[in-house]
Design a protein around this ligand. Structure first.
Ligand code: SF4
Length: 419
């Protein structure tokens, strides 16, 4: 994950870097130097042969990466040059930009098209202007929507094959109006994919938000279950199925429920996408001072795993697994039924065995909302699996098993949406 800048042109109130989450960096006008970007790319390209068969990706995050478009451009050119030099094992490389879309211009889009770069545009539908605001507190919805509509007209083929619409699910969640918003927006229907994911703040205060959202989420699960009355191939074309399936929490929980580790050596579950650079983690994130992190949410010393001047330190990853072990031992995981399928990982609670008891208590409390959400999703995933099998027969699950097999072999979600 390369962040060409840690600055952003807007100030979403739920942003990891907006000051609402302790233990991560703020928005700041800072970019990694060109030699650091080059070193990070070298590390990625040559560093780990075991990664070859897996789907590999370079993501440009931020801040807003288009604020530093010259740096982004230079990084892409460097990456392509190194790719040409090292040959075939990077053939399945995806390059992707995550953007708020507001700074898109013809020049920028032409470059993205020319270099076959995927683009995710964030637009939250009915809740957009509650959270995605500019520095003066004004909503940004109309501007983002205008740019997205413009892009779909300017480069229709690119839009249909490389552009996804990303929506953060936030309270109050109203599944019906969300469905209406996206299904009645002609531009959204032309995009490669939709992706809805949950906003997961920690702490006691978010309990009530979560409780309100569960009822709406259950309706999305019901939609997903009902869509199995259609045969697999037809189901994939259905707008309602696409809407249900695009909910990241649902997709992840369902696959975990379907493929949970079995004692008799059944399907094995590592992670749904990507590969692991550092033990226990699949991301490597470049900070503006050249520090490499294993978490994009928490770019803090707890998650530093090296530096561009000396590479990745696998022992730092092992130490982070130790934090995970300490977190498991300090909380309720040992007695939690969801543990074999749980995805609440160490970034939620960077425990240290040396933490004083009061700190441990605070951290356990801080992750309770996440645990609650995880258990709700996994419960719904298990219920959906049983309901689909009972109502439509085991055959109705086969498409998902094929999808899983494809992912386990290193195929990508992008291929799935192209199918
Ligand atoms: S849901 Fe919470 S308590 Fe349960 S296994 Fe996951 S992190 Fe542990």
């Amino acid at each position: 994950m390369l962040n060409p800048t840690e600055q952003c042109n807007i100030r979403c109130t739920y942003c990891y870097y907006g000051g609402a989450y302790p233990g991560t960096r703020p928005h700041q006008t800072a970019s990694p130097a060109a030699d650091m970007v080059k070193a990070a790319i070298d590390l990625f390209v040559t560093g780990e042969e075991r990664l070859e068969p897996a789907q590999r990706a370079v993501y440009f995050f931020g801040g807003e990466p288009l604020m530093a478009f010259d740096q982004l451009k230079q990084a892409v050119l460097t990456l392509e040059e190194r790719k040409r030099e090292v040959g075939s094992h990077l053939e399945n490389l995806i390059i992707q930009v995550n953007s708020n879309g507001m700074l898109l211009t013809p020049d920028i889009v032409d470059f993205l098209v020319e270099h076959d770069i995927y683009l995710n545009i964030s637009i939250d539908g009915p809740n957009h202007d509650r959270y995605r605001i500019d520095r003066r507190g004004r909503g940004t919805h109309d501007r983002v929507r205008e740019r997205t509509d413009w892009l779909a007209e300017y480069r229709p083929e690119y839009f249909a094959s490389r552009v996804a619409v990303i929506c953060v699910l936030s309270a109050p969640l109203d599944e019906a109006s969300l469905y209406r918003y996206f299904s009645e927006w002609p531009t959204a229907l032309r995009a490669l994919a939709w992706d809805f994911d949950l906003l997961l703040p920690g702490g006691e205060e978010s309990y009530s938000d979560f409780r309100q959202m569960f009822a709406e989420q259950r309706r999305v699960w019901d939609l997903f279950v009902a869509s199995h009355q259609l045969p697999y191939e037809t189901r994939e074309q259905s707008g309602r199925y696409r809407f249900a399936f695009s909910h990241g929490f649902l997709h992840r929980s369902f696959h975990r429920a379907l493929n949970q580790p079995a004692r008799d050596g059944g399907p094995r579950l590592g992670h749904l996408l990507g590969v692991q650079f550092v033990p226990g983690n699949e991301y490597l994130v470049l900070g503006s001072d050249g520090t490499l992190y294993s978490s994009y949410e928490y770019q803090s010393p707890d998650f530093a795993v090296g530096h561009t001047d000396r590479g990745v330190d696998p022992l730092a990853g092992v130490e982070q697994l130790g934090m995970f072990r300490d977190a498991v031992q300090a909380g309720s995981c040992r007695t939690c039924w969801a543990a074999p399928m749980c995805t609440v990982t160490v970034p939620e609670a960077p425990f240290r065995a040396s933490d004083p008891a009061g700190t441990v208590r605070e951290k356990v409390t801080a992750k309770r909302a996440r645990c609650m959400s995880e258990r709700e999703n996994l419960e719904q995933g298990l219920r959906a699996r049983a309901d689909i099998e009972d109502t439509f027969g085991a055959q109705a699950l086969s498409g998902h098993r094929e999808d899983w097999a494809r992912q386990a072999q290193g195929g990508s979600r992008v291929d799935y949406f192209n199918a």
